[in-house]
Design a protein around this ligand. Structure first.
Ligand SMILES: Cc1cc2nc3c(=O)[nH]c(=O)nc-3n(C[C@H](O)[C@H](O)[C@H](O)COP(=O)(O)O)c2cc1C
Length: 173
């Protein structure tokens, strides 16, 4: 199974996590910055796609990441990604932005789902402390939230557990 890792970032934290996940997932290709991706049909080269998105536009209904992802959402929604497995991770700050924790994940999740992708990599909200998140659907997040600002000591365990989950859900990585 070929797996692509894609990210967008403002201060580099989402890129750093993309690199760390790449180190944990032998079969995945080197992470690509969405600012360097000219043609979204590139997604169709992969059977699995892992996408990283930070949240910067606090409280916004749309374009929540403040990165290259925002301008691409509609186009992602118009692709045909049926048969592809897609997992999302998000960077945020559960302490300072506890009412909007990792909100941008939900937006990306919604447009990939619209494209027909099979969404994987959901994570229980149980191990997290936050007030509200648009990315929490019932008692699961629609991806893996990470907090390098106030919980960086938890990141290693979170990404290693998630990469094991993805190995199951995207069999063949
Ligand atoms: C002005 C500003 C607004 C932010 N808004 C949010 C937010 O609404 N929700 C959240 O979870 N994190 C928020 N953050 C935290 C960032 O998402 C976090 O620092 C993230 O790791 C940045 O990732 P990046 O370095 O890849 O851009 C905000 C940070 C700043 C400085």
């Amino acid at each position: 199974m070929t797996v692509g890792i894609y990210f967008a970032t403002t201060t580099g934290k989402t890129e750093d996590i993309a690199e760390r996940l790449h180190g944990l997932l032998d079969g995945a290709e080197s992470p690509r910055d969405m600012s360097d991706v000219d043609d979204l049909n590139e997604f169709t080269n992969h059977e699995g796609i892992i996408c990283g998105i930070p949240t910067w536009n606090t409280g916004a209904d749309s374009e929540r990441s403040g990165t290259a992802w925002d301008a691409l959402l509609e186009e992602i929604g118009s692709l045909n990604l049926s048969g592809k497995k897609v997992a999302i991770f998000g960077l945020g700050d559960s302490s300072t932005y506890t009412e909007n924790y990792c909100d941008a994940m939900e937006e990306l999740h919604r447009f990939f789902k619209k494209a027909g992708a099979t969404m994987v990599g959901y994570v229980s909200t149980k191990e997290y402390t936050f007030d509200e998140s648009k990315s929490a659907i019932g008692d699961v997040f629609c991806g893996l939230p990470l907090d390098e600002d106030s919980e960086s000591d938890m990141t290693d365990a979170r990404i290693s557990q998630w990469s094991e989950q993805l190995k199951q859900e995207m069999s063949g990585i």
